[in-house]
Design a protein around this ligand. Structure first.
Ligand code: PEP
Ligand code: MN
Length: 347
């Protein structure tokens, strides 16, 4: 929808915008008001270049996007009835719980194997474990290919599907070849469009799920959903959105807790939303409250860093991993909250 600076466009100006929109297969429909005339763009108006050309015209005040920029992840798309399953949980029918260590320690595999058994016993449906880690400090532990074997061994022992982050094509191939069921795109890579495209192409035709974290640098919610669209565009729409706290950090928390965006996302997209309170608040003692708040906001699931002995963990675990006992209690409460929220929705 085009709003001119003046009350209406001159015939020459209409000619100019008509030439631009026709080049993109659209046409202009004036909507004549008592004082102002505005101009609807009729046709598929999603081409960014058309908008950039129109916005470059000196006589245009504003252009509003009427159509959603995403074709597949939009709440009005045909995929809105698409349901995805993680292990034996169908998203939307039951609260999904993903739990496990931030980072697998290849020197001490037993911690991870014990954590895996304990999160299963606590009621988690999927196991997380970082094989490769995006670290701010280049001298910090970056992960190890060997941890992939430990991850898959834990999956075999528990029967739980596993989730791990991949940051490049090599790791993507290793993870898929090993049988990883859920690939995480971390906050740092959620705007890495080359990686999103590589992942989309690699998971097309598979049942693999992609857990897409929200980048600290994402401005609008549409930017987040568009990142999911990049992946889904190749043919596998199994993308879960995962808010995990954003910038600037709230004094005392690691990031700014953003579980409150769940209802806003759900107005725009059918994609399930799984909240990661661990990275959001960044301290084990704050995690349960954030997790329950996420469920109250309508989250479809939770991703919780958990470790049998957090103090012995590496990566984020010493500060933000909860213990399996806390996880067990939290899952009981979160399920009750989930039922309350869903019962309320029926009113
Ligand atoms: C993680 O899940 O351990 C992680 C690094 O997450 P994020 O990308 O959200 O920081
Ligand atoms: Mn972590």
């Amino acid at each position: 929808m085009i709003l001119p600076k003046a009350n209406r466009l001159t015939p020459a100006q209409v000619g100019e915008i008509t030439a631009i929109v026709e080049a993109f297969g659209c046409r202009i429909q004036p909507i004549v008001g008592a004082v102002r005339t505005i101009y609807a763009i009729v046709g598929d108006e999603r081409d960014e270049l058309m908008f950039n050309r129109l916005e470059g015209l000196p006589f245009i005040e504003r252009i509003d996007h009427i159509q959603s920029p995403f074709k597949l992840m939009d709440i009005r798309s045909d995929l809105a009835t698409h349901r995805m399953a993680v292990g034996n949980v169908t998203l939307g029918q039951e609260l999904l719980v993903i739990a496990g260590q931030c980072t697998i320690d290849p020197k001490n595999p037993n911690y991870f194997l014990e954590t895996a058994a304990a999160v299963k016993e606590a009621g988690a449906h999927a196991l997380r474990g970082g094989v490769w880690k995006p670290r701010t400090n280049p001298y910090a532990f970056q992960g190890d290919d060997k941890s992939l074997e430990i991850l898959m061994e834990a999956s075999r022992r528990t029967g739980l599907p596993v989730d791990t982050e991949v940051m490049d094509e090599g790791q993507l191939k290793l993870a898929l070849d090993a049988g990883v069921q859920m690939l995480q795109v971390g906050a740092r890579n959620a705007l890495n469009y080359s990686l999103l495209r590589q992942i989309g192409a690699a998971v097309a035709g598979r049942k693999t799920i992609v857990l897409l974290k929200r980048s600290l640098h994402m401005g609008t919610l549409n930017e987040f959903i568009s990142a999911a669209e990049y992946i889904a565009n190749f043919g596998n729409p199994n993308v879960i959105l995962c808010p995990r706290g954003t910038a600037p950090a709230l004094d005392g928390y690691r990031n700014h807790p953003d579980e409150s965006i769940v209802p806003l996302l759900k107005e725009r997209t059918w994609a399930p939303v799984v909240i990661d309170p661990s990275h959001s608040v960044g301290r084990a003692s704050y995690v349960p409250a954030c997790a329950l708040a996420a469920v109250a906001y309508g989250a479809d699931g939770l991703c919780l860093e958990t470790h049998v002995q957090p103090s012995q963990g590496i990566g984020d675990d010493p500060k933000q991993a909860i213990t399996p006992d806390v996880l067990k209690e939290l899952i009981v409460r979160a399920r009750e909250a989930w039922k309350l929220v869903h019962a309320a929705k029926k009113l």
